[in-house]
Design a protein around this ligand. Structure first.
Ligand SMILES: O=C(O)CCC(=O)C(=O)O
Length: 284
């Protein structure tokens, strides 16, 4: 997929420098308007299907969704995984030029790990959620990023609709370094930044750095599709290439085929089925 605004070499360098220094960068105008509705539809249906499965008794551990404190508001933001199963536009998104232009220099060898729909729904009166890290370490011994999350903002990010907040620089720790325990009080972090953006903008985040979702005070959903990219040593929950099935495999470009293949050493152990599938899913 070609972005509306392809990055020039100097813009690419600037975003890579932001990532190295701050652990995040925001890239404007990355999704053509005609793709926004199909992608919103994928995020919405995937989240709805996860919520229905959860209400039907699905265990969060079956889909590797954590609930360490037992207070996860799953029906507000289910973090639906494997969203490439919900529509062809998601496969095109995995071919996004900017995702690949950033991943190669920032990670070195990189693989697709997951496509997650983050859909914050109306939740008035609540405060900011807890800052957390999704993996560790943030950096390898030679200073590469262990993983990057590419949040495509489908409805935009505002202070009112629950835009993601980040703490700049907190991704900067290697395997032998302890980044410390996050403070449960978000006000502890006076340097926190809430990322504001328009529909079609892209937030790239090293999710080993502290970040959290905001609470949506509006009646409209705040949807993102988040392409999670990792080095071979990162977290993988399923074999994406097998799971996508022959129908969509046939539509994938050579670049997407390479991207979706898990690291060779994990192939034997990764699952090729998933606990939540689209309601209209038909096996090829
Ligand atoms: O939905 C968001 O704003 C952030 C999601 C998040 O915290 C995560 O993916 O770990």
């Amino acid at each position: 997929m070609r972005p509306v605004h392809p990055l020039s070499d100097s813009e690419l360098d600037e975003h890579l420098a932001n990532l190295d220094r701050d652990g995040y960068t925001i890239i404007r105008n990355q999704i053509a308007p005609e793709y926004l509705d199909p992608l919103r539809d994928i995020a919405q249906r995937a989240a709805d299907d996860y919520i229905a499965a959860w209400r039907g008794g699905m265990k969060l551990s079956e889909v590797h969704i954590g609930d360490k404190y037992g207070n996860r508001k799953f029906d507000l933001n289910p973090n639906a995984r494997a969203c490439f199963l919900w529509g062809d536009a998601a496969i095109e998104l995995l071919d996004h030029d900017t995702v690949h232009a950033i991943s190669e220099p920032a990670l070195g060898t990189y693989h697709f790990s997951d496509l997650v729909a983050n859909t914050q729904r109306y939740n008035p009166g609540e405060q900011l959620g807890g800052f957390h890290r999704d993996f560790r370490p943030g950096l390898t011994a030679n200073g590469k990023h262990r993983g990057l999350w590419f949040f495509f903002l489908l409805d935009g990010y505002t202070a009112e609709n629950g835009a993601t907040s980040v703490i700049p620089g907190t991704h900067c720790f290697k395997a032998d370094e302890d980044p410390g325990t996050p403070d449960p009080n978000p006000d502890h972090y006076s340097n926190r930044v809430q990322v504001i953006g328009d529909p079609g903008d892209l937030l790239v985040l090293n999710a080993a750095g502290l970040h959290c979702a905001g609470m949506n005070q509006t009646r409209e959903p705040r949807r993102t599709l988040n392409i999670r990219v990792m080095q071979p040593e990162g977290k993988f929950h399923y074999n994406a290439w097998d799971l996508v099935g022959p129908g969509r495999q046939a539509k994938a470009s050579a670049r997407v085929k390479r991207f979706m293949q898990p690291p060779a050493e994990l192939v034997a152990e990764l699952r090729t089925n998933w606990a939540v599938m689209p309601s209209e899913y038909e096996a090829d």
